[in-house]
Write a new protein. Sequence first.
Length: 332
Amino acid sequence: MDNLANFNKVDHMNNTNNKPVEEGFEGQQFILLSEADLLRCSAHPIVSQLYPLTFGYYPSAPSHRVHREEGKRGWSLHYCLHGKGKLKLAGKTFSINEGMAFILPPFEKHTYETDRKHPWSTVWVRFEGYTAKQYIDLLGATLAKPTLHIPDVKNLLHSYQQLYAERRMYYSVLDLIGISHFLGLFLTQAARKLKPLSARQLSSDEQIQKSIRFMEKNIHRDCRLDDFVASSGMSARNYSRRFRTLTGISPMNYFIQMKLNEAGHKLQSTALTIEQIAESLGYTDPLYFSRIFRKTQGISPSTYRREQSEEQSEEQSEEQSEEQSEEQSEGV
């Protein structure tokens, strides 16, 4: 058998309650190196430079959601092959579309989840080593900008498959060197597929970022495409084309998603009515706002608020149970 982590298979076709789940999807691959193997990796002069902790592939992951209050050991790269989802990191929410990747730093609180209507297919690897941070720098990812646009899905999937082919029940020293080597190739391939930017592209990227800052400052307004074009200083044609290249979606859809992300935050963290939230985001018609929210999120604002409240209650209950268990253990 392969060195696969034990998990319960979930038949997502019968998962009618749409409960968020972290893993167990049909056809998934999930490789987890043992603690003994990780100790050998960290002690070997070659392998200690770069080695995986875990890696895997989800062909389709409906209802996929992961929340880690204290993050996780090692760096993580998650790559979206198909579908879409979102990432919450460092107090910000990022839309993740096909051909995009995101990087998670070690022990940093985060949440990521698939889109309800268009569940993502992803590959990921969590890794560490003396050169791990240098690979992250090569990719250009930061805590403030954790997303990457890597449009060559086919080649990156092939690089992952090479890494997956190195799985073993038992890893010899040469096997560990091999898996370290193919992890490096996978990360290098990801970096190579990030198109190098010319001076002109760098200038236009700064103009795109300027327009995104304009969106953030005017999230309460009913803005139009012309407003964003004017804020960037670019021509309408070049602006829309470059914006889509960098983000994977159109400027208007980006602005709408930004509004809806903020709406989700307010639904979850405030007692404002749906009408008040709609008005605060430039929607004069709360019914229209609700239709847009349902169309993009798959549920109504009121249902979203109720589900988020239930999830928070469940998390608090779990935390209290864990604290009680710890107290009881300490008392024994």
